[in-house]
Design a protein around this ligand. Sequence first.
Ligand code: RP5
Length: 165
Amino acid sequence: MSTTTTRPRVGIVGGSRSDLPLLEKARALLDELGIANELRVMSAHRTPALVDDWTTSAAERGIEVIIAGAGMAAALPGVIAARTLLPVVGLPIPSQNLGGLDALLSMVQMPRGVPVATVAIGGAENAAILAAEILALGDPDVRARLTAHREAMTRAVTEDPSSRG
Ligand code: RP5
């Protein structure tokens, strides 16, 4: 599933179709920031060969950052991080029984040498922003759009709601 016809720079992957609502939030913000992306569902446990194929071809297809969302045992981001040198942003998805603490701990507790940059439970927007910030290091256009996004956020916090028309 690709949202644009240009070469995707961010790969968004999730462990199940049930993760899609949160993954779509990350995609929406990347779209807003004008960052080409692709969204795929694949599972470290249920489709390991697909995960490996997708991950090991990601860099040569132009992917620069990966956002990996998963719930419960949440192996996906770590497995992906183990098979690429691209930065991996982990997005813990809330689970019914443990509320996402399970996925959060799984992602944060990666062994030495294979990091996953983990955002808050359900923190889809922050996953997108962090991916954009990584791209912005070498892309002034993305940096400018992130600056505008940050300024709009600041205005939304400080503006007086009663002054709105
Ligand atoms: C994980 O297990 C997925 O990332 C999902 O968050 C969770 C539950 O998956 P389903 O049972 O909804 O397929 O692998």
